[in-house]
Design a protein around this ligand. Structure first.
Ligand SMILES: [Zn+2]
Length: 259
């Protein structure tokens, strides 16, 4: 009797948090390729057919970000950098330099943590804090939000919406955060999902990835841009996607929203 009761109690103790966590982290399925697009097409950062949005996560990083700024200058490309608030306030000159060179800033969160548990107040505060930091440093108010690891929980989605940000993930990535990433693998992974109107995810820092993996990204960058251009696509920041905002705070393709 006591054994059965004990099991029942233990089961309930495990299931209840699991159910809470599932409700909280449910939208995390959006990071799965193949699941993300059909279920949440607006999250993929879809824009005009001839445009590709180029985005970088996890900076600013004083070691690697300047290298990307120089490379982008050489390529004549502007991009969107999803920055971490704690990094931005540590490197204010680099943040300002990124904007001075014509790039756009988005919010990647204050820190790069995983959402193990619902944290509505904390998420709201941290997203808002990062928006304030970017605005104070640059005079520009960010428009975009991308959660760390692409894990979009309910509380993070609400936090972004309250901060006036539009949540956008990606439609192609280079898987450039892994230790075995090479320039060729990064280029191939992006090319595999390269579609006009898409959004490409890369990283300008290895602070939350395998050490040194940004070198592969940097070396691959000219080839990624060349592939886009040879496909007749114009590479630019998310602001050039011309998205249509919807009340949910996500981004939907202009063609869909227009009817
Ligand atoms: Zn990240």
């Amino acid at each position: 009797m006591s054994l059965v009761s004990g099991r029942a109690v233990r089961t309930a103790a495990v299931l209840l948090p699991a159910a809470v966590a599932a409700a909280h982290i449910g939208p995390a399925a959006t990071w799965l390729p193949g699941v993300r697009l059909p279920l949440f097409p607006g999250l993929a950062g879809t824009g005009p057919r001839r445009h590709i949005a180029l985005t970088f996560d996890d900076g600013p990083d004083p070691v690697s970000t300047p290298r990307f700024l120089d490379a982008l200058d050489e390529l004549g490309v502007r991009a969107t950098f999803f920055v971490l608030g704690e990094q931005a306030v540590r490197h204010p000159a680099l943040v300002r330099e990124t904007v001075r060179r014509g790039h756009e800033l988005g919010v990647h969160g204050w820190t790069h943590d995983r959402p193990w548990w619902p944290a509505f107040a904390r998420d709201a505060e941290e997203v808002a804090r990062t928006v304030r930091a970017v605005h104070d440093l640059t005079g520009h108010r960010p428009r975009w939000y991308r959660p760390p690891y692409g894990i979009l929980t309910t509380s993070r989605w609400l936090a972004a919406r309250r901060a006036g940000l539009r949540t956008v993930l990606w439609s192609a990535w280079g898987r450039d955060w892994t230790a075995d990433a090479t320039p060729a693998s990064v280029r191939a992974r992006v090319a595999a999902d390269l579609r006009g109107g898409g959004t490409v995810l890369l990283h300008d820092s290895d602070r939350h990835s395998a050490p040194g993996c940004w070198h592969a990204t940097l070396t691959a960058l000219p080839t990624v841009v060349r592939d886009c251009r040879e496909a007749g696509l114009v590479v630019g920041p998310l602001r050039d996607h011309g998205p249509v905002p919807v009340p949910g705070g996500m981004v939907v393709p202009a063609g869909v929203a227009g009817g």
